[in-house]
Design a protein around this ligand. Structure first.
Ligand SMILES: Cc1cc2nc3c(=O)[nH]c(=O)nc-3n(C[C@H](O)[C@H](O)[C@H](O)COP(=O)(O)OP(=O)(O)OC[C@H]3O[C@@H](n4cnc5c(N)ncnc54)[C@H](O)[C@@H]3O)c2cc1C
Length: 502
């Protein structure tokens, strides 16, 4: 099935319009129709490297001929219309952190960089925030904290540099998801340019079918220039307790038992992340287990909740109380912010959702990793990253209120591999798939479910959106994107078959 999906993809998208329309022609045409404040650059020009948002992941990268940075939504309309009428592929860039291998199918395309859509407006009276299509988590948390508000933000603590719009369009999960669910649940409206060149405002009352699809599969339907969210009064006076703890790999089983215990009654204010990774320190026995807890409440309460972990006599414990917006600087010693904000990684991602904490299976997986990494040092670039949020926020909305499908997941797990260079990729790719398969055995479901933004790209639409949701999403695609212009990033369907004849 997957092989069919992919070969169809290659057939459907291989013929780029590059053969028909050269870069200079595209550059000239766009320069002639856009405002002087919008930027059009040939990718071969040095200015492209300087002005355009770099990609986080070097692996499986899309290939462009011309970059455009529109200054206003009307110019986005013109670029989309031109690309459609000229049969030229187009891909939107927010903050450049999208890494799915499905983007490698983009060849000879226009890169629509939304970097100029970077405004934020917080309306304290209405308790809303309106942002441009390319703001990042740092910008959002800084603006909201200053106004006394908060929201689910991927900035706390994962990566403050990822696109806030980009994340929202696939759901968007982060520690305060325990309080408010995925970011997409807080969306009130979006402005989107669709394939037919219309700039639509979409909400629960305007094109509600499209609004439903945007909340979980938004990159399938157009270019989002502006998003308005509900903002929430800050919890715990805008402060949280951050706890970093390190365990030895020999404590593997005890740590998973504590994770299982926590999952059974995780309070909404507590988020938990865990990384299993290689340690060059001989005293750490090869692998180390690093845990991070964020508690949006008083320190005394947080420490009581973490007693099962603290009682395990960890190697290191670091507890601090910080302003919400500063969490990325302290969580995991600030490592994720630093690592996630440095583009140009050779990153090989795999992922899956887990619906239970299967302790024996997790122990086996960690032991297998330890043994494999000992035998082949290249594999030491792989880590398991576990995110566990309280169910409360996800259950605030019914399953049919949006396209985000995984409200019942216990943990969102990533198998992150970083290659030193492309020569290491095949071994890391094979290992990543093996670890995913081993984890899947204890997932609690027969089928592979993957949060769309953490997907490798080989899983297919039923894994990203669920088989139940696909018929509705396919109908939406037929209505709003019948030629598959926006079918690059883990798409619902690949393209209208007419593309195969180009
Ligand atoms: C280090 C790292 C940490 C991460 N941590 C988290 C996390 O904690 N929680 C989480 O939920 N996700 C996380 N992600 C995944 C992240 O949500 C996605 O990669 C998301 O696509 C990033 O958006 P972007 O704008 O930065 O990426 P881009 O590469 O610019 O965009 C990704 C895709 O989204 C589409 N897109 C982006 N913006 C728009 C727009 N305005 N209109 C239409 N389409 C658009 C485009 O099709 C594009 O191909 C992480 C990713 C990385 C690399």
């Amino acid at each position: 099935m997957l092989a069919k999906w992919f070969s169809w993809g290659l057939v459907a998208f291989a013929p780029s319009a590059l053969a028909l329309t050269g870069p200079q022609t595209v550059f000239d045409a766009l320069s002639a129709i856009l405002l002087p404040s919008s930027e059009v650059v040939l990718v071969s020009d040095d200015t492209y490297q300087k002005d355009f948002t770099p990609r986080y992941n070097l692996a499986e990268a899309p290939a462009y001929i011309v970059g455009v940075r529109p200054a206003v939504a009307e110019d986005v309309v013109k670029v989309v219309t031109y690309a459609r009428d000229s049969n030229i592929s187009i891909l939107t860039t927010g903050r450049g952190h999208g890494y799915t291998t499905s983007l490698a199918r983009v060849q000879g395309a226009i890169n629509m960089d939304l970097g100029k859509f970077n405004s934020i407006h917080v309306d304290a009276e209405a308790k809303t925030m309106t942002v441009g299509g390319a703001v990042n988590g740092y910008q959002v948390t800084a603006a909201l904290q200053e106004a006394g508000f908060e929201i689910v933000s991927t900035a706390t603590p994962q990566c403050p540099c990822i696109g806030f719009a980009g994340a929202s369009l696939g759901g968007g999960i982060g520690p305060y998801s325990g309080l408010y669910g995925p970011i997409s649940d807080s969306l009130l409206s979006v402005d989107i340019v669709t394939a037919d060149g219309r700039l639509l405002t979409v909400s629960e009352t305007e094109s509600p079918d499209l609004f439903d699809g945007i909340k979980g599969a938004g990159f399938n339907f157009g270019v989002v220039t502006s998003l308005t969210f509900q903002a929430y009064p800050a919890t715990n006076s805008g402060h949280a307790m951050n706890v970093d703890i390190t365990f030895l790999s020999s404590q593997n089983e005890s740590v998973w038992k504590a994770v299982e215990q926590l999952a059974a009654s995780q309070p909404k204010e507590l988020a938990f992340g865990l990384s299993v990774m290689h340690s060059p320190d001989p005293s750490m026995e090869g692998l180390l287990i690093s845990a991070n807890f964020i508690y949006a409440g008083p320190r005394s309460e947080g420490e009581a909740l973490l007693k099962p972990f603290l009682d395990l006599r960890p190697q290191n414990v670091n507890i601090s109380t910080v302003a919400w917006k500063d969490i990325p600087d302290v969580a995991n010693g600030g490592a994720i912010a630093k690592y996630g904000c440095t583009p140009g990684k050779y990153y090989i991602p795999y992922s899956l959702n887990l619906y239970q904490v299967d302790v024996p299976n997790l122990v086996d997986v960690v032991n297998y990793m330890s043994q494999a990494m000992g035998a082949d040092p290249v594999l030491q670039g792989t880590s398991i990253v576990w995110q566990q949020y309280a169910q409360h926020g996800f259950q605030l909305r019914a399953d049919d209120t949006s396209t985000f499908p995984y409200r019942d997941a216990k943990a969102f797990v990533q198998i992150d591999s970083l290659a030193a260079d492309a020569s290491q990729a095949p071994a890391l790719d094979k290992f990543g798939r093996e670890v995913r398969d081993l984890l899947q055995r204890g997932s609690g479901k027969d089928q592979l479910d993957v949060y769309v933004h953490f997907a490798h790209g080989d899983e297919g639409p039923a894994s990203w959106y669920t088989a139940e949701r696909l018929p509705k999403l396919v109908s939406l695609k037929e209505k709003y994107d019948p030629t598959g212009m926006f079918s690059w990033y883990n798409p619902v369907i690949l393209a209208n078959p007419s593309y195969q004849n180009l």
